[in-house]
Design a protein around this ligand. Structure first.
Ligand code: ADP
Ligand code: MG
Length: 606
């Protein structure tokens, strides 16, 4: 047996780091500016801790583009480096001076925890775009000489002494031929806007400061007014309407997270509003792909989350399993629920006024997030046909007297389309039943999810089954028809309609002689299929499965039975059946033509 150590040759690993460390080449600028920010922050910290007695002076970081010389230079007035430090921090890949600094001053945690760097890899991203990198630096420590480090991307470097006026560092990138598009002004501007817009020290490019060094999420809510939040929203999304309200997030235990989340005016098309949350780490933009970090329904919110505790560069499934990410998830969900609850409790009229926009959001949350669902039962609102809003408990109480079935379940009646279901709504109104409006794109899913959770409650779409059966209290209207007559009527309509599902029921005389109903489950399948777009085509294209219900108390049915001529009887039955279809907007094509012709004949014109 033999034991040994696997060795790594830097010559081999270096090109791999350069090439694969980051998929996006543009982040070199983010990395180098982050280092400049850290160097500046260290300077301020040393001064605050009394390690440095002199003037900190200007803290500005400058980015300079020289198209002719094909260079991009990043300059700071930070701590700089001595020759020893260059050898230690720059020549050793994966050795982070930021981590070392934090370790050294760890008893003064507040002062140094804002440093961005930690992996000791960022600097080398410069070689993704540069064929040669020069680093000119002078340390803050007294008596330090400036040094210049040069490297062409191989594992060889050169250090020479040089002159630099003050302390600080210049990174001069000689842009490689295949990266010359980075020498365009607009390109650099775009990268700065994307990654550096909220970095803590001023960044100057082409004579202008490009960043807001104190974005509101770094401030205390007590120091902020509504205008500040609205102005920041405009800064993030210049084209958007004002948000409804916002939540300022601020937690430092057991994880660190700050941010501001806005509730936008939600439109019925939710896909366009999704994924607008930006993720930052210590004010450095990381991504606007937060799908794995916040629960799905919260991706409808807008705003900023800043947390150093979210692991990056790991696979998505790993991210979802990460314990910090899980905690962050439930923290944000709780905060959002708290906010809604508070608004509802403290100012119900305003909450109700905003409900149209909150509706989809709250329901989406209830469908997809169990924890949120429990909380949301308190502030979910249900809207009846008169536009009145109720909490679930209020509504249940309101209808509990009139709308119970024989098993003592409360029956909630709802409509998904008040226009189309008009006839059924009229029948319900006649009986003083209340009808809810559940007609947005999520409602069919919502009903399915929620119904099981609400005890002793059944939800029925208004046209699901005839209304007297629906709220069956065992006191149905009786019909004078004998069983024989019922069988006869069934036969007549079977042949008139060509459908198998015929039933004769006792209904009020002032309702239609024939009604079409759909089984509730079928309705839902079709609604869901429509709402979810692809994938459920089977249900969406399914033939209408409906029942034909004959009103046994209607005088026309009595009349029909008495017609002796079989052909005339069929004609009359067809007419009644077609009227039922017509009232449901289900009569078209050849059937419609036949109906019109028959009607003309019947009124004696044809
Ligand atoms: P990290 O930032 O994660 O520590 P980097 O590879 O980006 O790793 O940088 C390595 C180290 O080089 C830094 O930790 C810092 O000590 C030093 N360094 C890089 N850029 C500068 C700079 N502009 N001024 C002073 N020190 C710097
Ligand atoms: Mg760095």
């Amino acid at each position: 047996m033999e034991k040994g150590t696997i060795s790594i040759h830097t010559e081999n690993i270096f090109p791999i780091i350069k090439k694969f460390l980051y998929s996006d080449h543009e982040i070199f600028l983010r990395e180098l500016i982050s280092n400049a920010m850290d160097a500046t922050k260290k300077m301020e910290s040393l001064s605050a801790m009394g390690e440095f007695a002199g003037e900190v002076g200007a803290t500005k970081v400058t980015v300079t583009l020289d198209k002719e010389a094909k260079t991009i230079t990043i300059s700071d007035n930070g701590v700089g480096m001595t020759e020893e430090e260059v050898k230690k921090y720059i020549n050793q890949i994966a050795f982070s001076g930021a981590t070392e600094f934090i370790e050294k001053y760890k008893d003064k945690k507040e002062e140094v925890q804002q440093l961005i760097g930690k992996f000791g890899l960022g600097f080398y991203s410069a070689f993704m775009v540069a064929s040669n990198v020069q680093l000119v630096t002078k340390s803050w420590q007294e008596g330090s000489e400036a040094v210049m480090w040069t490297c062409d991307g191989s594992t060889e470097y050169e250090i020479t002494s040089t002159v630099r006026e003050g302390r600080g560092t210049d990174i001069i990138l000689h842009i490689a031929e295949d990266s010359e598009d980075f020498l365009e002004k607009y390109k650099i501007e775009g990268i700065l806007q994307k990654y550096c817009k909220f970095l803590p020290y001023e960044i100057e490019f082409e004579g202008e400061v490009i960043n807001n060094t104190k974005p509101i999420w770094t401030k205390s809510p007590n120091d902020l007014k509504d205008e500040d939040y609205l102005a920041f929203y405009k800064e993030l999304y210049p084209m958007s309407e004002d948000p409804l309200f916002w939540i300022h997030l601020n937690v430092d235990y057991p994880f660190n997270l700050t941010g501001v989340l806005y509730f936008p005016k939600v439109k019925n098309d939710i896909t366009v509003q999704k994924n607008k949350i930006q993720l930052y780490q210590k004010q450095v933009f990381i991504t606007d792909e937060v799908k794995e970090i916040v629960p799905e329904f919260l991706t409808l919110l807008h705003g900023v989350i800043d947390s150093p505790d979210i692991p990056l560069n790991v696979s998505r499934s790993f991210l979802q399993a990460d314990s910090n990410v899980k905690k962050i998830n439930s923290y944000i969900t709780r905060k959002v629920a708290d906010k809604l609850q508070e608004l509802f409790k403290n100012d119900r009229p305003t909450y109700e006024a905003k409900w149209a926009s909150l509706d989809i959001f709250v329901k989406f949350g209830m469908i997809t997030d169990e924890k949120f669902q429990e909380r949301a039962n308190q502030f979910l609102l249900l809207e009846d046909l008169d536009g009145k809003l109720f909490t679930f408990d209020e509504y249940k109480e309101l209808i509990s007297i009139n709308q119970k079935d024989k098993d003592e379940n409360v029956v909630i009646l709802y409509t998904t389309d008040a226009e189309k279901q008009h006839t059924f709504i009229q029948s319900a109104k006649k009986r003083s039943y209340s009808v809810l409006k559940l007609d947005n794109i999520l409602d069919s899913h919502f009903i399915n999810t929620i119904e099981r959770k609400w005890e002793k409650t059944v939800m029925k779409r208004i046209d699901a089954e005839i209304i007297d059966k629906l709220i069956d209290k065992g006191e149905n209207l009786a019909t004078a028809l004998t069983e024989d007559e019922k069988a006869k009527i069934t036969e007549i309509f079977k042949s008139a309609s060509g459908r198998a599902e015929i039933s004769v029921e006792a209904m009020p005389t002032d309702e239609l002689p024939v009604t079409i109903t759909l089984p509730e489950f079928m309705r839902r399948m079709r609604d869901m299929a429509k709402a979810s777009g692809g994938g459920m085509d089977y249900f969406a294209n399914m033939p209408e499965q409906y029942n034909v219900v004959i009103n046994g108390n209607h005088p026309h049915i009595d009349k029909l039975l008495k017609i002796e001529n079989a052909e005339k009887q069929q004609q009359f039955a067809k007419q009644l059946y077609d009227l039922a279809l017509l009232s449901q907007n289900m009569l078209n094509g050849a059937s419609l033509t036949a109906f019109i012709n028959r009607s003309l004949e019947m009124v004696g014109v044809g």
